[in-house]
Design a binder for this molecule. Structure first.
Ligand SMILES: NC(=O)c1ccc[n+]([C@@H]2O[C@H](COP(=O)([O-])OP(=O)(O)OC[C@H]3O[C@@H](n4cnc5c(N)ncnc54)[C@H](O)[C@@H]3O)[C@@H](O)[C@H]2O)c1
Length: 372
């Protein structure tokens, strides 16, 4: 934790730093209009890293649905040895041999600090968390990992001048938020420990930015759909599981109602957005927490899109009341116009492309061929 003495140190170190003194930051208007306008056709895909040295990256909670893919993307960009994956789980042989991996528990502040110092970490992606459904099943652990863990990460990052990315979620909105679409700034009164912890993360990150000059960046991810990694217990997991089921036996039992509309995104768009928002010059960011969006659909619409490839695909519904209640408190759509305006965010995958890509990955070609 940041002891009072350390707080003073952070303030004075930050104040002395020529690039980002908190005095300079404190004099900024709270949400200034972006001084940077990125052309509509801007693409970050081919941007080359312009700084003299690539960042030294640490990913916490990296063995979940998103972390390994993020490590692969960052390693291609910054070099294998510059990206350290960490978690409290044992990595598979493949992951262990594909680049640096270390054990890191986000509840252990001292070890986190040791890691950041020993490896000269300059960018940190904080993925360690308990997701919505898992969090409701274990509130005290979710509170520890998602809130105390975040405090440790914020302190280590602020002390060591580390650029910090923390993902937030559609779960940071609640039943009193505008739902179609939810804008970046609105009432946020979530009713899950996951949502509460993510609103806390957004607010604490922004507070550390204004108070200590921490370069905090945050995206609210929709439900993320991936082919080669399993979801970790979120309310949108059905949209991943449905593809496994379609490819395997052509039937799926859905735990949400047919009409439940939620925002979703393909993993490669999510990871690219994450890299983009970390690379974009600070002066382009008019805010520190952005919605990003790609598509929005219901289970029934997803099933219909699947039937274009697998005509005999069947979906049945056995609603899980916990997940259904969570889903009904979340937005149906996200307004991501600020991300599009400030740093040129644009998705590559819409629903038809997502379905084709997922089925292709799961080797549904046999079923598709049979159907044709
Ligand atoms: N997957 C999505 O659809 C989605 C959507 C919105 C936001 N997010 C956010 O993105 C991040 C990554 O999500 P994910 O889907 O990969 O999650 P996941 O549940 O699949 O993985 C989370 C990882 O955190 C690790 N972890 C748990 N306790 C830890 C601790 N004490 N110290 C270190 N690691 C610990 C777990 O072992 C796990 O590997 C999370 O912060 C999540 O809230 C994900």
């Amino acid at each position: 934790m940041l002891a009072p003495g350390m707080l003073k140190q952070v303030v004075s170190v930050t104040a002395q730093s020529k690039a980002s003194s908190c005095f300079k930051l404190l004099s900024l208007p709270l949400l200034s209009p972006s001084p940077c306008r990125i052309p509509a056709d801007a693409s970050f895909h081919s941007t080359s890293f312009s700084e003299a040295e690539p960042p030294r990256v640490l990913i916490t909670g990296g063995l979940g649905q998103l972390g390994i893919g993020l490590a692969n993307l960052l390693r291609k960009r910054f070099g294998k040895d510059n990206v350290i994956l960490s978690d409290i789980k044992k990595p598979s042989d493949h992951v262990f041999h594909s680049g640096p991996f270390v054990y890191a528990d986000v509840l252990d502040y001292k070890s986190l600090r040791e890691l950041v110092v020993n490896h000269r970490i300059s960018w940190l992606f904080h993925y360690g968390a308990l997701l919505s459904a898992v969090g409701e099943a274990n509130v005290s652990l979710a509170r520890d990992v998602n809130i105390t863990g975040l405090h440790n990460i914020l302190d280590v990052a602020a002390e060591h001048n580390v650029r910090l990315f923390v993902p937030s979620t559609i779960g940071a909105f609640g039943p009193t938020s505008p739902r179609n679409p939810a804008p970046d700034l609105c009432i946020q009164r979530p009713r899950t420990i996951y949502g509460v912890s993510k609103v806390h993360a957004e607010l604490m990150g922004e507070y550390y930015y204004y108070r200590y000059g921490l370069d905090f960046r945050c995206l609210r991810y929709p439900g993320i759909i991936s082919a080669d990694s399993q979801p970790g217990g979120g309310t949108t997991d059905y949209a991943v599981e449905i593809f496994h089921a379609a490819a395997k036996n052509g039937t799926f039992e859905c735990n949400l109602k047919a009409s439940t509309r939620l925002p979703m995104m393909y993993i490669s768009d999510c990871l690219r957005a994450t890299l983009e928002v970390m690379e974009v010059p600070a002066e382009c960011l008019s805010m520190r927490t952005y919605n990003i969006s790609a598509m929005s659909f219901t289970p029934e619409e997803l099933a219909q899109a699947l039937r274009k490839h697998v005509p005999d695909f069947q979906i049945t519904y056995r609603v899980d009341p916990l997940r259904q209640a969570i889903a009904e408190s979340w937005p149906m759509n996200l307004d991501d116009s600020n991300a599009r305006k400030d740093w040129g965010w644009k998705q590559d995958f819409d629903l038809p492309e997502l379905v084709a890509t997922m089925l292709n990955f799961h080797g549904a070609s046999t079923r598709i061929a049979q159907a044709n």
